[in-house]
Design a protein around this ligand. Structure first.
Ligand code: AMP
Ligand code: MG
Length: 393
């Protein structure tokens, strides 16, 4: 059995990014930039006013000084006005600064009578002027290849006049939930059955990775049905099969994959929860076999599937890992086993507290958690110790 770190590294080495595509900014939120971008326009693009007021020559101003208003410059078309000593141009926020002006006086700091204003304050060169390129210079890096496109990055790209951006390819994914015991939510539950909850969990997690093209199937523990479902599922870039990956007489995923000529690269990983895990491919489709237990499916998705999908979609290395946050552990924990244990818990006020039963079927505890603490094999951590936890919410 390999460690979960080795498994993740092997998977990431195997995954190739999909071909990039050019899409409109409207659709690019959370995609990864497929190339670096440099500013082609400075910000601001020209000297302009930061206030509604009067553009002036600072040296002609001061308390009680009177100035003659010689024109008006609203935001929009540049009227090519000029201001000389003793003059003012009525100006508005974002309007181009008239030639000769080196400061703006806020309208609250003058009194106006007809075409004359009386200044009430001291005025210094540069007051309320936003200089060309003071925020961003031409040629400055604005987006790095593999960086996630956040709302503010979208705004920055738009400010450069770009309507489209090159982003990583979009992965499509299939989900097959296996098990004779599974009933669909909404159906009547028979004795011995449980409601199927993994597909909705995995779909939501895929959605968060930016995978919008998805299909979901439910399949009984029957080799023929599983092979048929497999054939449909491998049309996607990625196929997630959950349940039936273990070694029981009703676990057919491995054999179905082999009978389709698939290759299994990884089977079983030293991670708790999540030991029955499979990674391989059928044709061009990347196949993940995830455990049926909901907490195991969740943890293995975050540790193995998410990084693979993000890499496929063009994410840079530092985007693969879940965000880690320092926290103080509130209880003593130990892991006497030989698998890394991912403890589910709540991070709040800088403290991490395990939540609920730390068992792979315990969905309620998982639902109340927002963080994972990795406890390496053979370690013990005392309460009050500083730890790093991984967060997903
Ligand atoms: P398996 O991995 O097929 O041995 O299943 C392990 C456990 O997970 C069993 O208790 C199953 O009933 C449960 N399980 C399997 N698939 C699902 C599913 N889609 N939703 C909820 N529980 C499941
Ligand atoms: Mg099963």
């Amino acid at each position: 059995m390999i460690s979960e770190e080795e498994a993740r590294n092997r998977i990431l080495q195997d995954i190739r990014p999909l071909p990039p595509r050019r899409i409109s900014l409207k659709c690019a939120l959370n995609c990864f930039a497929a190339e670096g971008y440099l500013a082609r326009l400075p910000l601001p693009g020209f000297d302009n006013s930061a206030m509604d007021g009067y553009a002036v020559v600072a040296s002609s101003c001061g308390p009680s000084k009177r100035l003659r208003v010689v024109g008006e410059q609203p935001a929009g078309a540049d009227r090519q006005l000029r201001v000389s000593f003793g003059e003012a141009v009525r100006i508005f926020t974002g309007a181009p600064l008239p030639a000769g002006a080196d400061a703006v006086i806020m309208q609250e700091d003058v009194t106006r009578e007809g075409v004359e204003i009386t200044v009430k304050t001291d005025v210094h060169p540069g007051d309320y002027v936003r200089r060309r390129a003071c925020d961003l210079s031409e040629g400055q890096k604005i987006l790095t290849k593999g960086e996630r496109i956040r709302p503010t990055i979208l705004a920055l790209l738009a400010s450069q006049g770009l309507a489209e951006v090159m982003v990583g390819g979009e992965a499509s994914a299939g989900i097959i939930s296996t098990g004779d015991e599974l009933a669909r939510p909404g159906e009547k539950l028979q004795a011995g059955q449980i409601y199927e909850s993994n597909s909705v969990l995995l779909e939501a997690l895929l959605q968060r990775c930016g995978v919008n093209e998805r299909s979901v199937e439910q399949c009984p523990d029957d080799p023929g049905a599983l092979i048929a479902a497999f054939k449909r599922g491998v049309q996607h870039h990625v196929l997630l099969i959950n349940g039936g990956v273990s070694v029981g007489e009703h676990d057919f995923v491995k054999s179905a994959m082999q009978s389709l000529g698939g290759e299994i690269d990884i089977w079983r990983v030293a991670i708790k929860p999540g030991k029955p895990f499979l990674y391989g491919r059928v044709g061009k489709c990347i196949v993940f076999g995830l455990p049926g237990n909901p907490v195991s499916a969740f943890v293995t998705f975050l540790q193995f599937v998410r990084p693979a999908i993000l890499k496929m979609m063009g994410g840079a290395d530092d985007e693969f890992r879940l965000q880690t946050v320092p926290a103080r552990l509130t209880v003593d924990l130990q892991n006497g086993g030989d698998r890394a244990h991912y403890i589910r818990g709540k991070l709040g006020n800088g403290c991490f507290t395990p939540v609920g039963r730390q068992e792979s079927h315990a969905l309620f505890g998982l639902s109340q958690s927002n963080a994972l603490l990795r406890l390496a094999p053979g370690t013990e951590i005392k309460h009050d110790t500083a730890v790093d936890v991984e967060i997903w919410d």
